[in-house]
Write a protein that binds this ligand. Sequence first.
Ligand SMILES: Nc1ncnc2c1ncn2[C@@H]1O[C@H](COP(=O)(O)OP(=O)(O)OP(=O)(O)O)[C@@H](O)[C@H]1O
Length: 356
Amino acid sequence: MSRLDVINLTKSYDQTRNAVANLSFSLQSGEIATLLGPSGCGKTTTLRLIAGFERPDSGRIIINSTTVADETTCLPPEKRGIGMVFQDYALFPHMTVAENIAFPLKKLKVPNIPERVHNMLALVGLAGFQERFPHQLSGGQQQRVALARALSPSPGLILLDEPFSNLDAGLRVQMRQEIRRIIKMTGTTAIFVSHDQGDALALSDRIIVMRDGILQQDGAPREVYECPANRFVAEFVGKANIVTGTVAVPDCLVKTFLGPVPCRDTKGLPPGRTIYLAIRPDSFELDPHGSIGGKLISASYTGTAIEGTIQACAENGSEQTLKVRIPPQQDVTEGMDLRFRVRPDFICALAEAAPA
Ligand SMILES: Nc1ncnc2c1ncn2[C@@H]1O[C@H](COP(=O)(O)OP(=O)(O)OP(=O)(O)O)[C@@H](O)[C@H]1O
């Protein structure tokens, strides 16, 4: 239930490079955001700065109009009204589930602790588990306890550092829906740290993409996927084919080696300018009369689709490999010649123009 403003935040651990560089973003009360980026891009440092475990070199962090950190101020973590869920859950092994959840409440001398523990157990779906110890729980159950413990003092903001990394693939998908549901029920503002685009797309209201400490894009999952701000985002969040093209009709059509391709946003560039297009594999639709032909050089069946690569040929003879997504019921095998038509839905001009 807190609003968070991060303003021009910078932190370096040594003189050579910034772990976080001039980072700014804001979260409305109750929003769920994910800091997403590859290893070393500064996600955890950002989380630690917000939590109060690190002090910024410059910039400001404001929680509900109180400055909790800037060049002169650094409120200790316990004064920031923040809950934390760590990657390994950090449950106290010698305490029962109920004692783990009650721990922060006792420290805060909150009244009605048994009732609050009971309510938290019900909220995370663990009613009846209060007397168990952490080693008697599955990974998913331990994660629920960690979430219940973090939420029990009703923090305005909760920070979750890679909470799904210890879960297997199926449980991960289930838990990210479940955790989103629980956090939304409490109305708590939340920030996840993840390097997994699937987690970020599935559970966030907003995705904040970082690279080398620098913000790359801040937007809703759909916006980040459908309109990536640059080539890095296009290739990090989902798969993308990067194709060079020339603007033919602004905000309508781009000429490429595939022929004219529809593109709703050509970044205001005039006809004749050369741009990069990000074309999602989803944009290619199998069509025997389609204008794009190519040989299927690899195909991997995932259950929900066939993730393929085709060697596409242009009219002038030039070739480029393209990633395509084929419906799983299609009977296609490597080596087949296929034809596709291109749909405009997942085609986006990237900000940078290629040299002409
Ligand atoms: N305590 C530290 N001392 C020195 N350098 C650090 C420290 N913590 C992080 N760094 C460096 O700061 C940069 C950002 O690290 P950070 O842990 O924030 O990245 P990350 O995106 O969370 O990475 P990962 O996904 O691997 O956890 C990296 O280059 C890292 O080596």
